[in-house]
Design a protein around this ligand. Structure first.
Ligand code: NAD
Ligand code: USQ
Length: 394
């Protein structure tokens, strides 16, 4: 297949592009380097050093003999988006290219507005480009499990059968997201559903859980093929953060009781799920949702698993939560669609956690312990970060 990976310079987009390329697909990547600019803005950096995008593509050509062209530009610009899709003419667009940090979106008004404009407008541009250039292009869009929030009923895959006053319908599952970032994904979901219904486009919306890990079979082939690994209080996700904290001897920072439960998955399963979605496209006019995670754990469970996998004995601390989340809640989310398509999950294990910590240990001097601090409080409309505010990407 011809697959265009939007956000192909990011944590997940880059290894997905390599995976799809190694599996024989013709792949091109698109990025505007916004993610690298957030690092400059926040004064932090990936633990694992990463090469520039052009260099990464050159190294991949040397290692595999395969060309992955890159398009550098902002998908918020409709002319750029149309040009790339017209020029590359993909069978599938895989869309990772959004601002993806909940804390970043909660810094202040400017960051909330940036997040929603960037995410919602660039996805609208992609929908228009597909509708005008070739409506048969399958859009595989990265959404999030956080769109659903934590309701006191089972979470279905996108839709819920509802009986109301004697009548029954299948309706979108209710959304109760917990940040302006997660809300941007809900807005995308509505726009994509509408475009499928009205223009007959086809899309698979991957409601993905929290991803952990760094190395994939393709990125392991050369140090300059490595993908990023974040640990800071704004972009670091929970398992990767806890692993970094254990390695550098920082206490493991559980917010509140640690009773928040989330769907989670190994980075290698993200790659496999995206390929399965590409190879098994939605029907023309269909909008469907796959819940993309393999297991669920509470934050406290994860902290204990990291402690067990680490050879030292890291301390677990409970901090006042900077977020507004339930301390404990029911959580049972259905995730059978990828298993039905043949996904063989990499379930969380002490070996996997130890291998993430081994990667971190190689670069532990790059970890600035001050960056672990959770600097964004959901209750404040304005958070004053030491470094933020001047370099917000355009
Ligand atoms: P990332 O920030 O590392 O990658 C996103 C990439 O998109 C970056 O390289 C960024 O520069 C690019 N981008 C952003 N806006 C753009 C624009 N307007 N034009 C062009 N490029 C743009 O994020 P990630 O962790 O790789 O996540 C990828 C996707 O998966 C996101 O949509 C995210 O919401 C979703 N997701 C991530 C996780 C996770 O745990 N990392 C979990 C669930 C869902
Ligand atoms: N948490 C802690 N301590 C920490 C960091 C986080 O207790 O040091 C807790 C948070 O309060 C939260 C949970 O861990 O309850 C997960 O936090 P996270 O930062 O790992 O995940 P989240 O903010 O939800 O966002 C991440 C990605 C986002 C993706 C989402 C999937 O950044 O792009 O959409 O995971 S999901 O959580 O399913 O919505």
């Amino acid at each position: 297949m011809r697959i265009l990976v939007l956000g192909g310079d990011g944590y997940l987009g880059w290894p997905t592009a390599l995976h799809l390329s190694s599996r024989g697909h013709d792949v091109a990547v698109v990025d505007n380097f916004a993610r690298r600019e957030y690092d400059l803005e926040m004064g932090v950096d990936s633990i694992v050093p990463i090469a520039g995008l052009q260099r990464r593509c050159d190294v991949w050509r040397e290692v595999s003999g395969i060309e992955v062209p890159c398009y550098v530009g902002d998908l918020v610009d409709p002319d750029f988006t149309h040009r790339v899709i017209r020029e590359f003419r993909p069978d599938t667009v895989v869309h990772f290219a959004e601002q993806r940090s909940a804390p970043y979106s909660m810094i202040d008004q400017k960051h909330a507005v940036y997040t929603q404009v960037n995410n919602v407008v660039n996805t609208l541009n992609v929908l228009y480009a597909i509708a005008e250039i070739d409506p048969s292009i399958h859009l595989v869009k990265l959404g999030t499990m956080g769109e659903y929030g934590t309701p006191n009923i089972d979470i279905e895959e996108g839709f819920l059968e509802v009986t109301h006053k004697g009548r029954t319908d299948i309706l979108p599952f209710p959304k109760q997201p917990h940040s302006f970032y997660h809300l941007s994904k809900v807005h995308d979901t509505h726009n994509i559903t509408f475009a499928c219904r009205v223009w007959g486009l086809r899309s698979t919306d991957l409601h993905q859980g929290v991803v952990y890990g760094q190395e994939t079979p393709e990125t392991a082939q050369h140090p300059e093929l490595a993908t990023r690994l974040d640990y800071d209080g704004v972009f670091g996700t929970v398992i990767n953060r806890f692993c970094a904290q254990a390695v550098v001897g920082h206490p493991i920072t559980v917010y509140g009781k640690g009773g928040q439960t989330r769907g989670m998955l190994d980075i290698r399963d993200t790659l496999a799920c995206v390929e399965l979605a590409c190879l098994n496209p939605a029907d023309q006019g269909e909008y469907r949702v796959f819940n993309q995670f393999t297991e669920s754990f509470s934050v406290l469970d994860v902290a204990h698993m990291v402690v067990e996998a680490f050879s030292g004995s890291p301390e677990i601390v409970h901090l006042d939560s900077p977020r507004v989340e339930k301390d404990e809640h029911y959580y049972n989310a259905i995730h059978t669609k990828f298993l039905d398509l043949g996904l063989q999950p990499h379930l969380m294990s002490a070996e996997t956690l130890a291998s993430i910590m081994e990667v971190i240990a190689q670069f532990k001097d790059r970890v600035d312990p001050r960056a672990f601090e959770a600097t964004v409080n959901w209750r404040h409309t304005t958070n004053h970060l030491p470094t933020s505010g001047t370099l917000l990407p355009r």
